[in-house]
Write a protein that binds this ligand. Structure first.
Ligand code: BG6
Ligand code: MG
Length: 213
């Protein structure tokens, strides 16, 4: 195994708890459209782009939505989501995440974000991490979202590292699949800790510090 030199973090559900905001925003849209949507379906949206998320939600719709209608629904969801984001501040960065990030930096690891979200940079600003990472690869610089490995491959390139030199930290099955297919070492938290493709399950993010010496 190559020596690990970098850590690439997923954003929603790993660095911050915006995964719940995504759920609430989609739920508001689904309820209004009378489409059944619950937390189990929401788990399939983790790591998946906005439009692909909408396609998954619309599997339960009773009619076909036109391309124009889908654009509008995605835009409305994003407006609700951004409203929820506007309440975020530095206090939404948990002490566990903060101490892990600063601890890993102190040990000399290069640190990046690898997220499908187009709102990544605004979220990092809000929680006080706007200038923290050595690289940010997100929904604005990729053509294919997770489970495609593109977002992590771009992050590794920005860090100047090979995939096998990077650990990817993920809460989503789609993200673990992306890490696996891209040749990265994966660490899974939450549901992703139970994925058969996860190389290293984590009970909490703090365990990264014990693992990466
Ligand atoms: C991912 C989330 O990080 O970003 C997904 O896990 C979300 O749930 C995706 O759909 C896209 O986010 P955004 O902010 O571009 O709508
Ligand atoms: Mg996630």
């Amino acid at each position: 195994m190559a020596a690990i030199k970098g850590v690439i973090f997923d954003l929603d559900g790993v660095i911050c708890f915006t995964d719940n905001f995504h759920y609430r925003a989609w739920k508001a849209i689904a309820d209004r459209e009378h489409i059944y949507f619950d937390e189990k379906i929401n788990n399939r949206l983790r790591g998946v782009s906005r439009m692909e998320s909408l396609d998954i939600i619309l599997e339960k719709a009773e009619r076909i939505y036109s391309g124009e209608e889908k654009e509008r629904l995605a835009e409305e969801k994003n407006e609700i989501y951004k409203g929820l984001l506007s309440e975020m501040s530095r206090e939404d960065l948990s002490s566990a995440v903060k101490s892990t990030l600063y601890g890993l930096r102190g040990k000399g690891y290069l640190l990046a974000v690898g997220s499908s979200s187009k709102n990544t940079k605004q979220i990092l600003e809000r929680i006080g991490l706007g200038d923290f990472f050595d690289a940010v690869s997100d929904g604005t610089n990729i053509a294919r979202s997770k489970p495609d490995p593109e977002v992590f491959i771009k992050a590794a390139q920005m860090l100047g590292l090979e995939p096998e030199e990077c650990v990817v930290v993920e809460d989503a099955e789609a993200g673990i699949r992306a890490a696996h297919d891209g040749g990265f070492v994966s660490a899974g938290i939450g549901e992703a800790a139970r994925s058969p493709l996860t190389d290293h399950p984590l009970g909490t993010i703090r365990e990264l510090m014990e693992w990466l010496l």
